[in-house]
Design a protein around this ligand. Sequence first.
Ligand SMILES: [Zn+2]
Length: 343
Amino acid sequence: MTVASIASFRRQVRTILEKQQPRRHVIVLGVDGIPYDLACRTWRRARVTRARSVFPTTSATAWLTSLSGESVDAHGIPGVVFALDEAAGAPLIDVYSYRGPLGDPPPEDLFSDAAACGYTPVAIVGDLEDTHCTWRDHLLQRAHAIPGHTFYARGALDPDVLGDRIVAAVAHALASHEGPCLVWCFIDADRHIHHHGYDRQLVDLLERIDAIAVGWSREAVVIAHSDHGLVPTRQDPIVADAIERVIAAEACRMGGAGRTRWLYVEPSAEQRVREALARHLPPSVRVQHADELFAPGSRARRRVGSIVLIAEGEGFLAADGYRFEHGSLTERELDVAVAEWRA
Ligand SMILES: [Zn+2]
């Protein structure tokens, strides 16, 4: 069986928008961090199909691909921390706070499709409420934005409270716009999973979403999708030390996020750096050249460092308090779901 890339999500939704007769609202929940197997277990009354995430399995990267249909090479957002142009020695930016130019946004997306098909495009900003940056503009700029509804962003909450908030947010979106609407709503479960994994509270929320979606599906098409899964990850002092040695010896910088990082190394130093890393890193960290992972010359490739480190096991770099991470290429990070509830 071939598995669709999350890049085809936009086309899947467009087909629904074009075919619906009579046209009903289309409600799309973007739930960050949910792997395919968990979606199958908790969204029991939906038709769940498997979708393949992108590399790196970083939220900013995957959501932009999912909503625009563009590859990572094309949209050029390769992770969280990167240089705007490696060759020019540009400063590193953090994509979640950077407000300067990032190049042209994708020319079309889920929201422009909705408008073209006669739906009002609406985005519940949700857990991106406090994330003011150009990347968020690129993601949501073609939608009417609804602020004022956060879920995980301002502290973990009871699943019942979260469910009520999702219902209220979608009701607000539909009541304040002329229909039919396409409403996309961002729920950042990833923030909870980093610290707690796929615990009872998270499973309860997903089951609550299943029940809410069944209720909505009498009047609307209801879809949920995700960007990547997370896997257990811990700080490994040997890995951290090996990377620190290279950074000190070569006076180079590091970018990336989570389980995929890269080093900005001059071409003349690449061989030396690879040998030093091979000497000191455990075999559970894969070292590759960026040209093997991003199309040479593409916008994404120009922004990443040439030596890329990819975690294959649990030990890597981890932020304080994080027990689960993503960004690399394990099956549970790559395998995500598209769920659809129809009455
Ligand atoms: Zn994510």
